[in-house]
Write a protein that binds this ligand. Sequence first.
Ligand SMILES: *Cc1c(COP(=O)(O)O)cnc(C)c1O
Length: 456
Amino acid sequence: MEKIPYKIYLEENELPKAWYNLRADMKNKPAPLLNPKTLKPMSFEELTPVFCDDLVRQELDDATPFFEIPDEILSFYKMYRPSPLVRAYFLEKALDTPAKIYYKFEGNNTSGSHKLNSAIAQAYYAKQQGLKGVTTETGAGQWGTALSMACSYFDLDCKVFMVKVSYEQKPFRREVMRTYGAAVTPSPSETTQVGKRILKAHPDTPGSLGCAISEAVEAATSTPGYRYVLGSVLNQVLLHQSIIGLETKAALDKYGIKPDVIIGCAGGGSNLGGLISPFMGEKLRGEADYRFIAVEPASCPSFTRGKFAYDFCDTGMMCPLAKMYTLGSNFIPSANHAGGLRYHGMSSVLSQLYHDKLLEAVAVEQTSVFEAAELFARVEGTLPAPESSHAIRAAIDEALKCKETGKEETIVFGLTGTGYFDMTAYEKYNNGVMTDTIPTDEELQEGLRTLPNINL
Ligand SMILES: *Cc1c(COP(=O)(O)O)cnc(C)c1O
């Protein structure tokens, strides 16, 4: 057997030419988005005032297995893809484990994360439709950064509503977005009706993703020539992110490697959904078996402590209802939670898979996440994003189990991005002042009480 190189690269001509739509192979399809007023599935006509036409087609299509990637998107992908699949020889050695660990590294572009894979697709379809610009929300700033890069490539306006606390705490992310030409507004703001309403009720709110989504949707639907785009959760985003899994599979196949466990962090579910999609497809078709693990923060535990129910995607309750594992649309994780992954809900594709027990989930505490992040940085070299480090934590835990059992499992995890803009969180950890806040059952009940009362 050929020795596995430290980095497995695909050739440029081995770049996947089509995205894979996992929904096509799901027996239990994810539940449709519902109109909150009629409780009927959202139609194409109802969604297109908010989203670009072609993206709505992708969103609603749960039958077509492959979508060809347009040439213009492929040529953009070529600037930073294929991304490397790395054999974590140094981490294996540090852990003294018989496990073989691989990670797919998505941080190798200026935005520093996988989000660019979908940003460029969404900007492309907006341009194709002849739109003037797009609006969106961003939390920690990775999505806003990715979208600004994509919009500047296609010469589109980009209006970003950035969660206020991040706007203040992450001035560098904000400046990267402005450097690529985006207009960045702290949310909640006085520029929208919903922002004004929220500010009136909670003048000192640090903002939340759910609230910034409401503002971005309002800005898009009230400005001619604009549509709203979203960096995670939606089916279309998982479709675009399937590029991660397709490349991973192609790289592993090159060396005849079959993973036992595939691990990813889960915020809204897009990187995990993308990474696992071709492997989950094989599992669903009965061709192969794998374990899949979603890793979420203990301070925002949608899968492990949330409810599988129809819920609003935003705080302003303007967006359609999605059936997902959720903590309630007004849930806001504790302010001392540093690691991203703060959205109250989860992709409905992953929610259905989890409900059907095809996907496992674990919740991990942030101090243990940063411990894993630091070990990883020291032995593998790359400074990981806190979000990605949730997956590192779980991969290390699996590898340590292998050490006990002597099993030579092959573990693949998604290293979604780099952490250069997260040094305040690292500083807290290094100063020994980082704490773990896990919501009590009572606190979670508070959020779940706001779930709309729909029995479907
Ligand atoms: C946004 C982000 C995530 C989480 O989002 P998903 O949609 O769950 O993938 C994870 N890692 C990084 C680096 C991110 O920027």
